[in-house]
Design a binder for this molecule. Sequence first.
Ligand SMILES: [Zn+2]
Length: 272
Amino acid sequence: MVKIIRVPIETPTLWPHTTTNSYLIGNNEESLLVDAGYDKEVTRKVLEQMLQKYGLAIPKAILLTHSHPDHAPGVRQLIGWSPIVYCHSHEKDAIESAISPVNQIELLRDGDQLTIAGMKLQVIHGPGHTKGQLNLYIPSKQILLAGDNIVAEGTTWIGPPEGNMREYLHTLQRLKQLPLSKIGPGHGDWVEQPYEHIDFVIKRRLLRENQIQKLLREHKKLTASNLTKLIYKDTIHPSIFDVAQRTIEAHLIKLIEEDKVTKQCSEYFIVD
Ligand SMILES: [Zn+2]
């Protein structure tokens, strides 16, 4: 019997998350780790406890959904496993430096299949949060491990240059087409209502986009910083203002690509 275990590991990650999920897939003969958390001793300790608890073989392969510091560098703690690391070509350089000295990297592409403990796993390239974000779909269980494309609480952070809002929304539309029983997010608990959750995220993004267009129409021209102030008012902590502004910029880039907004110097205008 193949097990799929969500392993939340403590990480100092972006608010409101306090843990990053790793996933163990396999049985006592073969297993795969998806994402490896921070480069902290706790990563290895928690993972090895789980392998023992569930009677799983030590993973010989680690799939990294993307290169971010709360997902990739934990590989360094797992050198003793002598793992092969799977990732997408767009993440390769960043992952190489995040996990060095581990250097056994194999690239995966959209549509690739892996077989772990006799179970087929389908690789989906879903850019948006980062350019080379990988998702792993398990058809026999209708489970999607979505990396940071989906987080259990709220919405994923999308910011330039590596984040792309247009690609992100396209990815969500694509993931929605899969038969899904639940989603394993990058942060937080299993998402047991996958379609409602994806729709919630899409709706949130489109509402924000409409709000930006409305504000640009009212004020004629605005900088990204002014837009961020108008949208978030005093609802966010000053320490995450920059992160919020980059989300707004990601929306603006999408609107420019769609010829709905133009930019002159640092000011944005609506196109009528
Ligand atoms: Zn991330």
